[in-house]
Every structure is written in C-alpha cells, then in structure tokens.
Design a protein. Structure first.
Length: 320
C-alpha cells in the first residue's frame, strides 16, 4: 500500500519532480548504482507474468525469476549495478498491513517459500550482483542507501520510499525510467521534509489508517501549517492509542523509532560493498540457464541474452 494517495499528490502538486528518460541516459547523469526494492518489484513482475499465463513446470512462481534475469542484464548493459534488498524484520506497527498484503498476494497466486527466496538470491548472485537482507524494512534500508550515497536511486514502484528520505526513486518501464526527485517534490509543494513526513503520517500508510475525513488534499493543507499533535487535536483524535499510532508512523518515517533506527541502517550501509562479480562469467551463465530451463523457461530465448550479459560484465571487469 505505502502512503495512500502519495502518487496522486505528486502528480497534482509536484509533477515536474518526475522526469522520464532512456536507461542509456542514466550514466550521463552520473548514476551507476541502484537499490532494488526486491519484493515490490517481484510482485509487479508476478502480476505481469500471470496475465500472460506464465508458470513453472510444477505450477510454482517463476515470474520474479524472469524479472530478475532480464532486468539485471538490462541494467548491467547500461552500466548500472543493482543491489537487491529483501525485507528484514518489519516494525510491529506494520503487522496488520503485512497480513492484508499477504492475503492479497496469495489470492493473486504470489507466495514465495523460504526455499524460493533463497533460490532467487542464488540467481542474483550468479548474475554477479548482490542480494542483501535489510536490518529492518527494505523500504527504509533502500532509502538510507540512497541518502548516504551508496546508490544513486531506488528502483521501485512504491513512492513511500521517498517518505523515508530517499533522494530519488526510479520507476522502470521497458527501456525507459521515470525518476522522481524528493528535493523537487518539497520545493514544488512548498513543504519541508518534516511537513512532508507529517502529511504522509496522517493520510493513510502501512502503520496507521488515514484520519477520518482526511484525504490527500486535507492532509496537505493541515501539514503545511500544523504539527502532528495540532492536526490530531483539530480532528479530535483524543484516544491515546490512536494518537500513538500516528506518532509511531511519523517516528518510523523519521527513522527514530526503536523498530526502525537510522543508526542501524547506516551501519549496514557502511558495511555493504556494491560491485559486479566478474569471475567465471561463462560458467555462471551456464548455471543460470540450467536453473531457469528446469523451471520451464525457453532455453533458446535465454541464450539470446548471453553475449549481452558477458559483454556487460566484462566492461565492469575493466572498470573495477
């Protein structure tokens, strides 16, 4: 879900914060690394694959594997190193949202077992890039990786990564990508980052429902002139537990909540090394083909990406 209506808010009040460019233009902007919000992207790939009737030989999930394979090669081809970020332990405040999200995913046939997740991480590593588990929510860790300069943008369809402080996200569409800049959102909407977080905390998100009668328009107006307690007072939210829920959301987005502390994410970011494995390229590609062919993928179609993959990885061998 993310922040309810955040995409519409950006479209209405900060549309110029979005720029669509060719993937080939990323490097000309100095962008060479990105964090991938793994499960968010996997679900998107699954949805597309299911609409085309794509399943494994045993009826299991394979669409995320196809997405990882082709997207990773595409990014490497354009000189971008991805790091796939998986969720660690989410804040307790997200439990209800996670339960609802799990039910929706399973209704749509998307359920990854622990073994399937490990299999996907293995595929990512065979492709020569990194898969990591966040020290908390993947959203927050992706945002910190971008905010600390470890990566240049976050690849996702989830706008609330901006609320966590990611300077820039990228929404991929074929050979094009739409970049969304946090600084431009704040400038165009005339909100400070604190006000932006307060707005997102009351308009409905993963940790708290929207305040009754408060949609995106009202949340924007209120956050422009009031802090969180003033908003809660003005909307007569007096129940201590309800007030705590909105403060929890605000604290999580500020990364100052015990379940989401900035220091833990920064420490993990400092330890992370993002690079491309350039050893045994041909052998690794053969192993990739074997894994995916066993799942029912067309071997000849996969083999068509071999030269593109080898050329891309070889280019990093020279650069690193």
């Amino acid at each position: 879900m993310g922040v309810k209506g955040l995409g519409q808010f950006i479209e209405k009040h900060a549309k110029a914060a979005k720029t669509t460019i060719k993937l080939s233009e990323l490097r000309t902007r100095g962008y060479t690394k990105c964090a991938v919000d793994a499960l968010n992207m996997f679900f998107g790939w699954h949805t597309v694959g299911m609409s085309r009737g794509l399943t494994a030989n045993d009826g299991g999930n394979v669409n995320h594997l196809q997405g990882v394979f082709f997207t990773t090669i595409k990014l490497l081809h354009h000189g971008i190193i991805p790091v796939y970020v998986f969720d660690g332990r989410a804040p307790a405040a997200k439990a209800e949202t996670q339960a609802k999200r799990k039910a929706i995913a399973e209704t749509n046939g998307f359920k990854l077992t622990g073994g399937e997740v490990e299999e996907t991480k293995h595929l990512i590593e065979l492709l020569g890039v990194t898969a990591v588990t966040a020290p908390g929510e993947a959203d927050a860790y992706c945002a910190v990786l971008a905010a600390t300069g470890k990566v240049d943008f976050v690849l996702t369809k989830d706008y609330d990564i901006l609320t966590f402080g990611a300077p820039r996200i990228g929404v991929l569409d074929g050979e094009r990508i739409t970049l969304v800049e946090l600084a431009d959102i704040l400038r165009l909407s005339q909100l400070t980052r604190d006000q932006f977080i307060t707005m997102c905390s009351v308009m409905g998100n993963d940790y708290a429902p929207n305040i009754a009668g408060v949609g995106g328009v009202t949340a924007y107006k209120l956050a422009s002139t009031h802090n969180l307690d003033e908003i809660l007072d003005s909307r007569e939210v007096m129940n201590p537990n309800a007030r705590m829920m909105y403060h929890t959301a605000e604290d999580i987005y500020h990364l100052r909540h015990p379940d989401a502390l900035r220091a833990a994410f920064v420490e993990a970011s400092n330890r992370l090394v993002i690079r491309v494995n350039t050893v045994d390229i041909e052998t690794r590609f053969a192993n990739i083909i074997a894994i995916m062919a066993a799942k029912g993928f067309n071997k000849e179609r996969l083999e068509k990406s071999k030269s593109k993959f080898i050329d891309a990885v070889t280019a990093f061998q020279v650069a690193q």
